[in-house]
Design a protein around this ligand. Structure first.
Ligand SMILES: C[S@@+](CC[C@H](N)C(=O)[O-])C[C@H]1O[C@@H](n2cnc3c(N)ncnc32)[C@H](O)[C@@H]1O
Length: 220
């Protein structure tokens, strides 16, 4: 492992806003984020596959009385977001290092108010369908963890993944308020994303790829 990455992994153990295996309260977070970690009663927004946490931090700058948790398995990326949140004194930001497959071990039913899925890996091969973050098994998990009327926001550069997600949603009977655009920056939804662009997003915009965007809720 490169030395810089090793250093980040080592530092992550001491960073108060990174929650990961080995931390004292790691297995007791489920249902207790606000009482044990944030020590407030603000609604919780979760970003799935947050990478370096650019979206999580961007949202935290916009919404003051709201808690934000970026989830990713890559510790070296989370280190970047963690350091930035600390520098910006964003105490309502935390990062959870886990596989999203295990997310229901970290949140109680209805603990999440809002969920963002930002530029997830498209996993285009048929055999990888189950690993797409918008596949039915992930959606079922999100539904269980979101409050009734909790909203899901999804941004991607990838047309295949976006169309796949629309198909999955349209086959379900529990989706309401679905709205979408294949070209966020030439649409009426331009204000929805609060002007936040991640590195991945900028990379694809620079290549001339329109950004696809949708939002929806689960019916209870
Ligand atoms: C293409 S990157 C996008 C990162 C970020 N959302 C952005 O827009 O810059 C996808 C991220 O999702 C994470 N990821 C993908 N599948 C995951 C999973 N099942 N569990 C945890 N993290 C996952 C990867 O580690 C990676 O950081």
């Amino acid at each position: 492992m490169p030395r810089a990455k090793k250093k980040r992994f080592h530092e992550n153990k001491e960073l108060p806003n990174i929650l990961q295996d080995g931390d004292e309260n790691f297995n007791e977070l489920k249902g207790h984020w606000n009482t044990k970690h944030f020590k407030n009663d603000w609604p919780i927004t979760v970003e799935m596959g947050c990478g370096k946490g650019e979206y999580t931090i961007g949202l935290a700058k916009v919404f003051k009385e709201r808690n934000f948790i970026g989830v990713d398995i890559k510790g070296d990326r989370l280190w970047v977001g963690s350091k930035q949140a600390i520098d910006l004194k964003l105490e309502q930001v935390a990062f959870l290092r886990t596989l999203i497959h295990n997310i229901d071990g970290f949140f109680a039913p209805a603990e999440i108010d809002t969920l963002w899925i930002t530029f997830p890996d498209p996993r285009p091969k048929d055999r990888d369908e189950k690993r797409r973050l918008t596949s039915p098994r992930f959606l079922n998990m999100y539904k269980g963890l979101l409050k009734p009327q909790g909203q899901v926001f999804f941004k991607t550069d990838n047309t295949g993944l976006f169309e796949y997600t629309l198909e999955v949603l349209k086959e379900r009977t529990d989706i309401i308020d679905l709205e979408y655009t294949f070209d966020l920056y030439n649409s009426d939804y331009i204000d929805d994303h609060h002007g936040i662009k991640t590195n991945f997003e900028q990379k694809y915009l620079d290549l001339g790829e329109p950004i696809k965007y949708m939002k929806f809720r689960f019916k209870r």
